[in-house]
Design a protein around this ligand. Structure first.
Ligand code: ADP
Ligand code: ASP
Ligand code: MG
Length: 404
């Protein structure tokens, strides 16, 4: 008998018919004798609609209340799935994040799981229940409802699998695995059979939203095997596992992209020691995830300082930067949401040179202007115009020989 955690995403539970389809899959698995914990997202579009409602009231809603609001989407689906399972004669119970024992820090809208008190879930599992848990949510030490950042149900799934020492975590979604790039942008993308935690982590953090970055961090840290599969069709899916000698050491293995970024530029910064720290210190305190940073060449003792942040945090970051700008005597803060990021990832880059140069050449040949560049041992990322992103993805995917 295995203990399996299954997570179903928003499209998979997007309406009652689809929820019933999930109930059928869960029931079949349960009948084969396994213990099952099922983590659900809200119905697709629901979380966005809730965000929109709040924004109809104010541009900057208080984050504690946003978490309260957004956590409701997952309550709907877990209750409906439990109802559907019970209707099929399967013992099932739905649990909110709190009831499932998920305790987080207090960073509203992007909280981190600190620990999971698993007694309640265990009790139900021992009693032969299918336990249906609301993804994406927890509570902090003061019992405030928190959420784990967009796409956070993946993290709930993997974290529960780790805490319960499950045999594996299955992520069911609307694509049948992890591809060399987003199959919805490039139809010639190929499904990857097995991918290392390390490469998956890079892909996720560079925007491949098929898995939330933190879910991969959890999986990697605790060596939890994760398989990504389609809810709608049978197939082997993609296994995310520790690096194996047999894994292809191709130079470039995927082309992730991210259209949810914004570029902030502090203009007319006095060019002297301590400025970068003054600008970034306050941003770091708010745990805003800064990706690329560029300080331009100074002219006449002044320079411009640009950085990228997730678009959802650009308003907050701009406000903080305006405060810092005033303190250090900078002239202005500009926000550009019309950018995107395209990257190449591959462990083979460690032992090959000229890969970045080839990327820049491919983009140049296509007339795509690069605004910012960053690199690590196994990736190269470029900030470009948002409208150029899809084209850049296809050009790089073809240029590095990833087409099927
Ligand atoms: P869910 O609602 O099930 O969590 P998501 O929309 O969060 O699903 O993630 C699945 C989506 O991720 C796919 O529909 C696809 O458009 C996108 N995606 C981006 N990059 C990749 C990739 N490399 N492989 C597979 N899917 C990807
Ligand atoms: N419902 C949340 C979102 O849309 C969490 C998730 O689906 O994973 O981001
Ligand atoms: Mg998702």
């Amino acid at each position: 008998m295995a203990l399996i955690v299954q997570k179903y995403g928003g499209t998979s539970v997007g309406n009652v018919e689809r929820l019933k389809n999930v109930a059928k899959k869960v029931a079949d698995q349960k009948k084969s004798g396994d213990q099952l914990v099922v983590v659900l997202s809200a119905m697709s579009g629901q979380t966005d609609s809730l965000v929109k409602l709040a924004h109809e009231i104010t541009k900057e809603p208080v984050e504690r209340e946003m978490d309260m609001l957004l956590s409701t989407g997952e309550r709907v689906t877990i209750a409906l799935l439990a109802i559907a399972l019970q209707d099929m004669g399967i013992k099932a119970v739905s649990l909110t994040g709190r009831q499932a024992g998920i305790v987080t820090d207090s960073m509203h809208t992007k909280a981190r799981i600190k620990n999971i008190a698993k007694e309640n879930i265990k009790k139900y599992l021992d009693d032969d229940y299918v336990v249906v848990v609301a993804g994406f949510q927890g509570i902090d030490e003061k019992s405030n409802v928190t959420t784990l950042g967009r796409g956070g149900s993946d993290t709930t799934g993997v974290a529960l699998a780790v805490a319960l020492k499950a045999d594996m975590c299955e992520i069911y979604t609307d694509v049948d695995g992890v591809y060399t790039t987003d199959p919805n942008v490039e139809s010639k993308a190929r499904r990857i059979d097995r991918i290392s935690y390390e490469e998956m982590l890079e892909m996720a953090s560079l925007g491949a939203k098929v898995l939330q970055t933190r879910s991969v961090e959890f999986a990697a840290k605790y060596r939890m095997p994760v398989v990504v599969k389609s809810t709608f069709k049978e197939g082997p899916g993609t296994w995310v596992v520790a690096e194996e000698p047999s894994m292809e050491k191709v130079v470039v293995s995927s082309v992730p992209y991210d259209k949810n970024q914004a570029k902030l530029t502090v203009v007319g910064v006095p060019d002297k020691p301590g400025i970068a720290s003054a600008i970034l210190g306050e941003i770091a305190k708010e745990e805003i995830n800064v990706d690329m940073i560029i300080q331009n060449v100074g002219i006449g003792g002044l320079t411009d300082f640009s950085l990228t942040v997730p678009r959802t945090e650009s308003a907050k970051a701009a406000k903080i930067l305006k405060g810092s700008a005033a303190k250090i005597g900078a002239k202005d803060v500009q926000v550009d949401e019309n950018i995107g990021k395209v990257s190449i990832v591959g462990v083979g880059m460690r032992s090959h040179s000229g890969v970045a140069a080839k990327m820049f050449q491919l983009l140049a040949d296509a007339g795509i202007n690069i605004e910012m560049i960053s690199t690590s041992e196994i990736r190269v990322s470029c900030v470009i115009l948002k409208d150029d992103v899809d084209r850049a993805v296809r050009i790089l995917h073809a240029g590095f020989g990833l087409e099927s």
